[in-house]
Design a protein around this ligand. Structure first.
Ligand code: PAF
Length: 288
């Protein structure tokens, strides 16, 4: 596995590995890797002969009060895990390599980036869109693989690639969960043992909300019950618990949903637990 740290070395190493003639899939990450990231590598492999990854903790997607300085950095282990999973090339740039002195451009995606995480984290999707545009431009993959855990991010990046003619097919990979249902996340390692037990309730409560909605309970009633259940187990403060369209994140009707509406419905949640922000999402009716 080749590890590149400077932009100017990318082209030569890419040529050594057979680019641009090989089909190339990229898995962008912020490191602190877990099985969820490795499943993205497996999906990438299904779509390409050459699989690359990036490890870059992108300062532009963190707010001033967020966890940039304490974000877990485990590069040595990350590289071992990527190599063991068969990745061919890893780009590990420094902040200066990505944002050199004088950098002042930002990429902003419209409506898809506004609700949910976009509403509570104002710089978040602008920072992601900007760095992913740069990573796509430097790495020039045919395919980019992103996890459905960050479902809104996946839609934002797909839109971005299309709108800016980046020529990268953006593929979503299913959420990988712990045995008790908690969605894997680099931030789960912040949870204390009691918080870790509470965190597992998020998925359980969300599944109940989905079952109620599928069973014909009006959406606001099911959501209100879900919020009460979350509060009862200590999942608070709740940032959002919302039902939206899987396709474009638009709001769904405030009533019991018809079968055709259920097929596109997805439940999104974000909640603070101690100092850790947990997010999760799921389709109300999982596609068969
Ligand atoms: O999902 C992530 O890890 C990050 O948001 C990404 C896509 C690597 C951009 O920094």
């Amino acid at each position: 596995m080749k590890v590149v740290r400077r932009r100017e070395d990318l082209a030569a190493v890419g040529r050594e590995l057979g680019l641009p003639t090989k089909r190339h899939a990229l898995v962008p990450t912020m490191g602190a890797l877990h099985e969820g990231h490795l499943s993205l590598v497996d999906v990438a492999r299904q779509h390409a002969e050459l699989v690359s990854a990036t490890i870059f903790v992108n300062p532009k997607q963190f707010g001033p009060k967020e966890d940039l300085s304490r974000y877990p950095r485990t590069e040595e282990r990350d590289l071992e895990m990527l190599e063991a999973r068969g990745v061919d090339l890893v780009y590990v740039p420094t902040p200066d390599d990505i944002y050199p002195e004088g950098f002042q451009t930002a990429v902003r995606v419209g409506a898809l980036a506004e609700p949910l995480d976009g509403a509570s984290r104002p710089n978040f999707f602008g920072g992601i869109a900007t760095v992913v545009t740069k990573l796509f431009t430097r790495m020039r993959p045919d395919v980019g693989v992103f996890g459905e855990k960050d479902y809104q991010q996946l839609l934002v990046i797909r839109r971005l690639s299309e709108d800016l003619d980046l020529g990268v097919k953006v593929i979503g990979a299913r959420i990988v969960r712990e045995d008790d249902g908690l969605a894997m996340s680099s931030r789960n390692r912040y949870l204390s043992p009691p918080e870790r037990r509470i965190a597992a309730e998020l998925n359980v409560i969300m599944r109940k909300v989905c079952q109620r909605i599928e069973g014909g309970v009006p959406v606001p009633v099911a959501i209100a019950q879900g919020r009460v259940d979350m509060d009862d187990v200590g999942l608070r403060p709740i940032d959002y618990l919302e039902l939206r369209s899987s396709t474009d994140l638009s709001v769904l009707p405030d009533r019991a949903l018809r079968k055709d509406e259920l097929a596109d419905a997805r439940l999104f949640a974000a909640v603070m637990l101690g100092g850790t922000r947990l997010i999760d999402n799921m389709a109300v009716v999982e596609p068969g």
